[in-house]
Design a protein around this ligand. Structure first.
Ligand SMILES: NC(=O)c1ccc[n+]([C@@H]2O[C@H](COP(=O)([O-])OP(=O)(O)OC[C@H]3O[C@@H](n4cnc5c(N)ncnc54)[C@H](O)[C@@H]3O)[C@@H](O)[C@H]2O)c1
Length: 341
C-alpha cells in the first residue's frame, strides 16, 4: 500500500514556537508528527489528540528512518535546537553538535527518503551586530556567538543541498518570539528563562526578586536596548505559508520574521506595569557583552515572498497573553512531563 505523502514531521514541536505551530497546523487539519527529545520540551504542550508525539533525537537516524517509512513525510519543519546564547559561548561544541551536526543526520535521511521540503528556524542572531538598520536580508551575516554561527552553518548547508539534490528550504530568521495563545492553553515555559517579557513578568509575580536591566547608556532614545518582538502565533502563520510555498513547488527562500517595530527594555517594563497594574522591581546594571543596541527587522521580503505580515505590532499584544499564561494557576509552567525524556 502506498502511503500518501501529506504528513509533516515537526522536530522540536513540544517547545515554545514549535507547539504553537503544531497547534495551528493541526487546527488546519494537517497530519503532524512531532519528534522532540523533551530535553526542553513539554508533552502537555501538544494539545491536539490527532498529533503524534515521538520522543527521540533528530540525530537518531534509525528512529527518523522508521518514522519516514511509516508516514512518508512530505515536509520537515525543524525547530529542534538549543538556544541559550551565553551557554553557546562557554560550551560551543554542545551547540555545533545539536544545532548543526544533528540536522545533518536528519537531512541525510531526508535525502535517502526523497523528502525535499524543509522549513528551518533560523534567527536574527545570524546577523551579529547589524551594519545597518532596519535589518534586511542583504545585511551581512556575521554572527558574534556560536549559537548564531551554528544556525548560519545550517543555512549554508541547506543552500548546498538545494544545489546538489534539489532540497527546497525556507530559512525563517525570527527576531524575538513572544506572547502565546490568547486562550492560555499553551505558552512559553523555558527553564532557565532568559527571554525579557517572561522575566519581567516573573519579577512581577515574585518568581525572581527583580529584573536586571543590562545597560542604560546605549545610543537609543531611553538608553536601553531595542528589540523586535514578534508574536509566536504570527511566527506559526509564517511557517504554514512557507510550507505551502515550498509544497507548491516554490523556490528556496530566506527571510526575516519580525514586526519592523523596535521596542526598548524600558517600554516593555512600562507595558507590563500597565497590563498587570503592578510595579516591576528593577535593578539597573552595566551593559552585557555582545548585546547590540538595536535589532529591528525589515520584514518586507516575507511579505513579498509569502504574503506574510505580522498581525500584532503593539507590544501590549505580546505582553497581554503572556500575562494571562503567567498569572493562571499553573503560573506559566507546564506540569512535569508524563513521558520521560
Ligand atoms: N525563541 C526565540 O525568540 C527564537 C528566536 C530565533 C530563533 N529561535 C529558534 O527557534 C527554535 C525554537 O525555539 P523555542 O524558543 O521554541 O525553543 P524551545 O527550547 O522551547 O524548543 C526547542 C525544542 O527542541 C527540542 N530539542 C532540542 N534539541 C533536540 C534534538 N536534538 N532532538 C529532538 N528535539 C530536540 C527541545 O526539547 C525543545 O522542545 C529554535 O531552533 C531556536 O533556535 C528562537
Amino acid at each position: 500500500m502506498t502511503i500518501p505523502n501529506t504528513a509533516i514531521l515537526v522536530t522540536g514541536g513540544a517547545g515554545y514556537i514549535g507547539s504553537h505551530t503544531v497547534r495551528l497546523l493541526a487546527g488546519l487539519g494537517r497530519k503532524v508528527v512531532v519528534l522532540d527529545s523533551l530535553v526542553f520540551g513539554h508533552d502537555r504542550a501538544i494539545i491536539d489528540p490527532d498529533v503524534e508525539l515521538v520522543v527521540g533525537d533528530v540525530g537518531d537516524q534509525d528512529l527518523v528512518r522508521s518514522l519516514f517509512k511509516k508516514h512518508n513525510f512530505a515536509a520537515v519543519v525543524h525547530f529542534a535546537a538549543y538556544a541559550y546564547v551565553g551557554e553557546s559561548v562557554t560550551n560551543p561544541l554542545k551547540y555545533y553538535q545539536n544545532n548543526t551536526a544533528e540536522p545533518i543526520k536528519l537531512l541525510q535521511v531526508m535525502q535517502e527518503c526523497g523528502c525535499k521540503v524543509f522549513v528551518f528556524s533560523s534567527t536574527c542572531a545570524t546577523y551579529g551586530v547589524p551594519d545597518k538598520l532596519p535589518i534586511t536580508e542583504a545585511n551581512q551575516q556575521n554572527p558574534i556567538n556560536p549559537y548564531g554561527q551554528s544556525k548560519l552553518m545550517v543555512e549554508k548547508i541547506l543552500s548546498d543541498c538545494d544545489n546538489a539534490w534539489g532540497l527546497r528550504s525556507a530559512c525563517l530568521r525570527y527576531f524575538n518570539a513572544s506572547g502565546c495563545s490568547p486562550d492560555g492553553k499553551i505558552g512559553e515555559d523555558h527553564n532557565p528563562e532568559t527571554h525579557l517579557i517572561p522575566r519581567v513578568l516573573m519579577a512581577v509575580t515574585g518568581e525572581i526578586e527583580y529584573l536586571e536591566v543590562f545597560g542604560t547608556d546605549y545610543d537609543t532614545p531611553d538608553g536601553t536596548c531595542i528589540r523586535d518582538y514578534i508574536h509566536v502565533e504570527d511566527l506559526a502563520d509564517a511557517h504554514i505559508r512557507a510550507l505551502d510555498h515550498l509544497s507548491a513547488g516554490g523556490e528556496s527562500l530566506r527571510c526575516n520574521l519580525g514586526t519592523g517595530v523596535g521596542v526598548s527594555v524600558k517600554e516593555i517594563i512600562s507595558a507590563v506595569e500597565e497590563i498587570t497594574g503592578k510595579t516591576v522591581p528593577v535593578k539597573y546594571g552595566p551593559r552585557r557583552a555582545g548585546d547590540p543596541a538595536s535589532l529591528v527587522a525589515d520584514p518586507a521580503l516575507a511579505k513579498e515572498l509569502l504574503g506574510w505580515v505580522a498581525s500584532r505590532k503593539n507590544i501590549r499584544d505580546m505582553v497581554g497573553p503572556a500575562w494571562t499564561w503567567m498569572s493562571a494557576p499553573n503560573r506559566g509552567r507546564y506540569p512535569p512531563n508524563l513521558i520521560s525524556a
